[in-house]
Design a protein around this ligand. Structure first.
Ligand code: ADP
Ligand code: GLC
Length: 484
């Protein structure tokens, strides 16, 4: 089946978080199942330079759909057989500095509704026209997050017969904009109401998608349930409950790039049976970060966007208390300036214990996830979370809040007579004392080598590859296509 997959990020071209990883690895898994996939991506500055076989396949989008000049380019995603369609529209996407959504100061581009509105319109137009114009007709369109969520609505308004799926990777990002954008984007004013595009007086991209997509998925079963509650529904729980029969949770998988046996970013490799490489990577990480090289000290890693979601404040609020333990901490992240400042402060206050790398660094993320003993993910909410799955695959035990995909993927530590169960450590409520207590439990386990080894082996035995999830998406697509 032909699937048009819309995304605003893809590894290795442009990435702010897990969406980029999923946008590479899910289409790869679908391709392996024999499906034809085209991935539509905005033509951000720098993307074209990373592609070798890029060529134009469409010069003339209809007048008014996109600001001229606008073209569709085709290329292959590096190191894969996946076909990318790049929406080349310099006025919207060629911005120097910053990331895909923000300027270099971390401020959202003020014309984001125009940028992603146009992207969504191009997606809906291609859903209808790609068959005739490009000789490739999609059987369905798969959208991801708010940046693509206007597409299902436009497809409905334009009576496009192709069904659509919307995957919510994070309900907290909704793409809500002042009402005047409804007319600026030439959306029908009759649709600006509570049953369609309007959310508390604003135009909401995500709501549009939730209302109009044929099917909605989230990235873990537990998160699919959580977002239907007022506590975690970000104001959209009522709507999601109304669509409950078309809403399901499919747990993400992880890309084959994340494999301790073959990881191209690592100087040493290992397996569950031969763990020497992991010990060498710990040493390598300690050296690289300027920490004392001490094999018996618990090395704690954290790699994340520094935002409220990720619960880094639980770490900072308790650090003073648990830094008295024999531990070392390495953090890689970027985001909230105040969090960055506090982390930098700790790194200069206790340089023998805490090291911080601010910024986005793919190589360093692999080194930390592989070289640490324990990996922190105290997220307040976590739709799926990929980093904890990477960590387990690398024998690095996650310590996390029991929420969303973290609860769905980590089996909590439990002592059972002489044996132990679990693949990590979980705490129930995102409050400092529970985090601190659980950390204490992890430190105690680390000092019982046989216990820690058993947990590492349990973690590394988990299979988080995409095969299962890709089959679930395939079944969902097939059901959708056979619906009357
Ligand atoms: P989210 O998508 O909410 O950020 P995930 O755990 O799903 O959380 O995915 C995060 C991805 O981004 C992982 O691949 C992680 O390694 C990566 N990542 C996050 N911050 C950084 C950073 N500063 N440098 C490199 N990689 C990062
Ligand atoms: C979002 C979520 C994260 C999830 C990722 C990929 O960024 O915050 O939990 O793993 O999307 O689906």
């Amino acid at each position: 089946m032909n699937i048009l997959f819309l995304t605003s990020e893809i590894h290795p071209l442009i990435k702010t978080g897990g969406l980029a990883d999923v946008s590479r690895s899910l289409p790869l898994a679908l391709h392996a199942l024999g499906h034809g996939v085209r991935i539509l991506l905005p033509g951000y500055v720098g993307v074209q330079a990373q592609l070798t076989d890029i060529h134009c396949i469409l010069e003339d989008f209809p007048y008014g759909l996109l600001p001229a000049p606008a073209r569709l380019l085709e290329a292959t995603l590096p190191d894969t057989a996946l076909t990318l369609w790049i929406l080349d529209c310099p006025k919207l996407f060629e911005r120097a500095g910053g990331g895909p959504y923000q300027d270099e100061k971390g401020k959202d581009w003020p014309d984001n509704p125009a940028r992603f509105g146009a992207f969504c319109a191009a997606g809906a137009w291609l859903a209808q026209q790609a068959g005739a114009r490009l000789n490739w007709a999609p059987a369905l369109v798969h959208c991801n997050d708010w940046q693509t969520a206007l597409t299902p609505a436009l497809m409905k308004f334009w009576a496009c017969p192709v069904p659509s799926v919307l995957t919510i990777h994070n309900l907290a990002f909704q793409g809500n904009f002042p009402a005047h954008w409804c007319s600026s984007l030439h959306l029908p004013s009759s649709e600006f109401n509570m049953e369609s595009l309007e959310f508390h007086g604003q135009l909401s991209f995500l709501k549009a998608g939730i209302v109009h997509a044929n099917q909605i998925t989230t990235v873990s079963p537990r998160y699919a349930r959580e977002i239907q509650t007022p506590q975690m529904g970000c104001g959209m729980d009522g709507l999601l409950r109304r669509r409950a029969s078309d809403l399901s949770g499919i747990l993400n998988g992880i890309d084959e790039l994340w494999n301790p046996e073959t990881d191209v970013f690592l100087p040493f490799h290992y397996t569950a049976r031969k763990l020497q490489g992991k010990a060498r990577l710990k040493k390598h990480l300690q050296k690289k970060m300027g920490l004392p090289v001490l094999p018996d000290v618990l090395l704690i890693g954290m790699v994340c966007r520094l935002t409220w979601q990720k619960g880094i404040d639980l770490v900072l609020d308790t650090l003073e208390d648990w830094l008295t333990e024999e531990v070392q901490v390495v953090v890689l992240g970027s985001g909230d300036p105040e969090t960055e400042r506090q982390l930098a402060h700790w790194s200069s206050r206790a340089p023998e214990r805490v090291r911080v790398v601010l910024g986005f660094n793919e190589v360093r993320s692999h080194e930390i996830i592989a070289g640490s003993d324990l990996f922190l993910m105290p997220s307040r909410f976590e739709p799926c979370g990929l980093a904890q799955m990477y960590a387990m695959t690398y024998g690095t035990l996650p310590l996390a809040h029991a929420t969303g995909g973290l609860a769905d993927t980590i089996l909590p530590y439990r002592a059972q007579g002489h044996s132990v169960e679990g693949t990590g450590f979980l705490f129930e409520n995102p409050v400092p004392h529970e985090f601190h207590e659980t950390l204490g439990q992890a430190v105690a386990c680390f000092h019982q080598k046989d216990v820690w080894n058993q947990l590492m082996h349990h973690a590394m035995a988990r299979d988080f590859r995409w095969n299962k999830a890709a089959l679930e998406y395939q079944t969902l697509y097939q059901t959708l296509l056979s619906a009357p």
